[in-house]
Design a protein around this ligand. Structure first.
Ligand code: MN
Length: 257
C-alpha cells in the first residue's frame, strides 16, 4: 500500500511525524504537506499563482515534499502527478485539536482528505482532542495507533466514492481509550467574539477572538463520544444537499413575476 501523509499544520509538525512513523508499518509512505500552518483555511484550490514542492527532511531523516500551497492543494498536486507512484490512501493529520461538527468545513485537515475523496482516493482525516490549555509537547502516539488501525480496516472495506472518514481521538493513553465508535456530526457551540481595535493611524481593525468552541455532548455524535473517551469515526460525504428540504421547498413558488 502506498500512503500519502499530509496535514494543515505544516510539514514539520509533530503530529505529522507521529503519523508518518505509524503508517510506515502498513506500507510505503510519501509526505507532501504545506510549508506553513494552514489551520482553519478550509477547502482551497490555488489557481492564481504557481505552486512549488521542494524537498525537505523531517527530524527523523524522512524525506518529504513541502509546498507553498494549501493542504488540499498538496493532495491535488500529489494525486495529479507530483508524486509519480499511484496513491492508495491519503491520511491527513494528526491535527492537535479536534475537528468535529461544523469544524469540518473550516478544517484544513479535513478538507485535505476531502480533496482525496473528490479524486476517488480513500481518505482519513485524523485529529487529536488535546486539552484546551495544554502547553509543551503533545503525545500523538494514541492517535497515530488509532489512525493505523482505521487504515487497516480500510484495507478490508472500501469507502464509497466521494466519502471519507473524519477521525477524532481523545487525549488518553492506549489503555484508557474506551473503544471505537462510528458517529455522526454533533453540534458545535462557537464562542467567537469580535474584537475591534484601532491601529496606530486611527483606523479600525477586527480580530475574531473569544473562547475555544465547545459542543453538545450527545451520545452517538463526534463531540459526545469523543468526550466520553471513544475514538470517533465519522463518515463524511461531499454531497451537502439538504435532502429533507427538497420536497418541501420544491413546492414553494420560485418562478415569480
Ligand atoms: Mn491544524
Amino acid at each position: 500500500m502506498h500512503i500519502l501523509v499530509t496535514n494543515d499544520d505544516g510539514v514539520f509538525a509533530a503530529g505529522l511525524l507521529a503519523l508518518v512513523q505509524e503508517m510506515r508499518k502498513l506500507g510505503e509512505v510519501t509526505v507532501l504537506a504545506p510549508d506553513r500552518n494552514w489551520s482553519a483555511s478550509g477547502h482551497v484550490k490555488t489557481l492564481n499563482r504557481p505552486l512549488r514542492a521542494k524537498p525537505v527532511t523531517l527530524s527523523d531523516g524522512t524525506p518529504a515534499l513541502a509546498s507553498d500551497g494549501a493542504p488540499s492543494d498538496c493532495v491535488a498536486l500529489a494525486l495529479m502527478g507530483v508524486v509519480e507512484k499511484p496513491i492508495d490512501l491519503v491520511v491527513s493529520g494528526i491535527n492537535p485539536n479536534a475537528n468535529i461538527g461544523h469544524d469540518v468545513t473550516y478544517s484544513g485537515t479535513v478538507t485535505a482528505a476531502m480533496e482525496a475523496a473528490i479524486a476517488g482516493v480513500q481518505a482519513i482525516a485524523v485529529s487529536l482532542d488535546a486539552p484546551e490549555y495544554h502547553s509543551g509537547i503533545l503525545n500523538y502516539s494514541t492517535a497515530a495507533i488509532a489512525a493505523r488501525k482505521i487504515a487497516e480496516t480500510l484495507q478490508e472495506h472500501e469507502l464509497q466514492p466521494n466519502t471519507l472518514l473524519n477521525v477524532n481521538v481523545p487525549y488518553l493513553t492506549e489503555d484508557e481509550i474506551k473503544g471505537y465508535r462510528v458517529t455522526r456530526q454533533g453540534m458545535r457551540i462557537y464562542r467567537d467574539e469580535l474584537i475591534r481595535r484601532e491601529d496606530p493611524r486611527g483606523k479600525p481593525y477586527y480580530w475574531i477572538g473569544g473562547e475555544a468552541p465547545t459542543g453538545v455532548p450527545e451520545s452517538g455524535t463526534d463531540f459526545g463520544d469523543l468526550a466520553a473517551g471513544y475514538v470517533s469515526i465519522t463518515p463524511i460525504q461531499l454531497d451537502l444537499t439538504a435532502y429533507h428540504l427538497l420536497e418541501e421547498i420544491g413546492r414553494w413558488n420560485w418562478s415569480r413575476g
